[in-house]
Design a protein around this ligand. Sequence first.
Ligand SMILES: [Zn+2]
Length: 271
Amino acid sequence: MIHIDRARPDANGQAIRPRDPWTSDAGDATTRALGEGGAHQVEDLYRDPKAKAALEELFHRKCAYCEAPLANATWDVEHFRPKGRVKESQTHPGYYWLAYTWENLYPSCTFCNQKRKDAPTWSDPTTGAAQGKLDQFPLADETQRAVDYHGNLANEQPLMLDPCQAADDPESHFAFDSQGQILARDPADVRARETIRICNLKRRRLRDERAKVLVRVVHMVRVLDLATGSGQLAIVPALQALLGAEVQDSAQYAAVARTVQRDPAAFSGIT
Ligand SMILES: [Zn+2]
């Protein structure tokens, strides 16, 4: 998970939001939701192609939570605050009043968002527990949960890290081992642990994909150091460009690539 600034412009300097008339349609749907309250049946507008195109662009065609590529898979428009029910509060109607709120919509791969088992791999025939976000949204203090649109969301302290909240700074919460597995940087960090649990960020295929990036970046950093140290400066710009492509926000698994770039000595055992 990396931080994504919702205010970031596209390559042409334009704001990245669903194209018209989505925003006015969303306003009308929100008005209906407010009028109907908890009985409101959420409409498909939140996953309209205009919203999906904007989410894809804003999040660099990656899952907001695990950074897996979305291009070759079906993916969900996920509500950070669940729209229809809340697992941790059985009487809660869900954040129906945020069902069409742009800031509550995130692109998520089905593995992070739906309840999926970590299926056996060829090298590891065990089956991991089923996990996925669905309608989970735990808070540090359940008594502060907003139960309707009068509630103050600012009083909620979500345990799930929010990729779009700069203050949450997701990358500061996580570390990666040399196998590409994600860890809470501080084992006592409840928010990091809960985010990993809720989205099943330790699933094995995800770990293995991160490991490929990790190994590639380790070697890039070494070659760059060798070129610099041996005076072969002509190839340094090209190597820097290759490394830069791995660590930019749009790169797959940029968080693990940047972890290696920050502290390559931590991965000195990789051959
Ligand atoms: Zn994901």
